[in-house]
Design a protein around this ligand. Structure first.
Ligand SMILES: [Zn+2]
Length: 283
């Protein structure tokens, strides 16, 4: 099954996001758990969450991806910033239990001069405070472009975080195609080699979701500027190879391209058309 979706505004709640996803040909989606710049989250309405769970149980919508605010820095230097990261993640994970069994993705953060090892240590510590026994949400570390002092530009950095936490079973990785390209992995030219490296460093069983974004910049630029599919350095063929790859099949694939809804709808349609043609060719 091909699970395609895009980032949606969460202002109208879970059921509305589910309906919006279906209306543009998506069968998964991503949303911010609160204002992306941080701040208080709206309390969840149980009946609204239950309506989405029903759509998931009926097979209309696959697993969805919640995204933490991108200002959150789980390896910050200042205690106050760290405290904000811990409390936000803890609260987000508590709220995610209204829609059990989905994903919560976050940017590992920036070590801001403390060094990679200290950054990794602090991220694992923040996760240990925020995660709890019996949680049904899988927390995803996002692969980063390696901009500035960002942690997570190399697969081995994510592996070290996973090795350090006390609940590794509830941890996975979300691979962002723009970020890994910008970090220096040739995902457009050598998909198999990149996935083999991922498997060696982290293990493919940890790969639980993808962000499908083209990049405004060439590989190893360490920039992180998303582009529409086919309009950047990765090119459409790269995305066709990704959606057809047996190791990636079945994972939620989320568009975070610079688009409004009609643009997302068109990209999803393009990928589904290719997939249909590829299926027909296999017969
Ligand atoms: Zn992200």
């Amino acid at each position: 099954m091909l699970y395609l979706g895009c980032h949606l505004s969460s202002s109208k709640g879970f059921a509305a996001m589910g309906r919006m996803a279906l209306s543009i040909g998506a069968n998964t989606f991503q949303f911010f758990t609160r204002n992306p710049r941080g701040g208080a989250a709206k309390e969840i309405v149980p009946a609204d969450a239950a309506a989405l769970v029903q759509m998931q149980d009926a097979g209309e919508i696959g697993r969805i991806v919640a995204h933490a605010p991108y200002t959150l820095n789980p390896c910050a230097k200042e205690e106050k910033t760290l405290e904000f990261a811990r409390n936000t993640m803890k609260d987000d994970l508590r709220r995610m239990e209204y829609v059990p069994g989905n994903y919560y993705n976050f940017h590992p953060g920036s070590h801001v001069g403390q060094g990679m090892d200290e950054g990794i240590r602090k991220i694992a510590e923040t996760l240990d405070v925020a995660m709890f026994d019996g949680q049904t949400t899988t927390v995803l570390l996002e692969t980063m472009a390696g901009k500035g002092t960002e942690v997570g530009g190399r697969f081995c950095e994510l592996r070290q975080i996973i090795d350090r936490v006390s609940r590794p079973d509830q941890l996975g990785v979300c691979l962002d195609t723009c970020h890994v390209n910008d970090a220096g992995y040739d995902i457009a030219g050598s998909l198999d080699a990149v996935l083999e490296e991922f498997d060696r460093e982290i293990g493919l069983s940890r790969l639980r979701a993808l962000h499908l974004n083209d990049s405004k910049n060439p590989s190893a630029s360490h920039k992180d500027r998303h582009e529409r599919l086919g309009e950047g350095y990765l090119g459409l063929e790269a995305f066709y190879r990704i959606i057809e790859h047996p190791a990636l099949r079945g994972l939620p694939m989320i568009l975070e391209t610079p688009n409004e809804l009609p643009g997302y709808e068109a990209e999803i349609a393009l990928l589904r058309e290719y997939d249909k043609a590829a299926d027909a060719n296999k017969l």
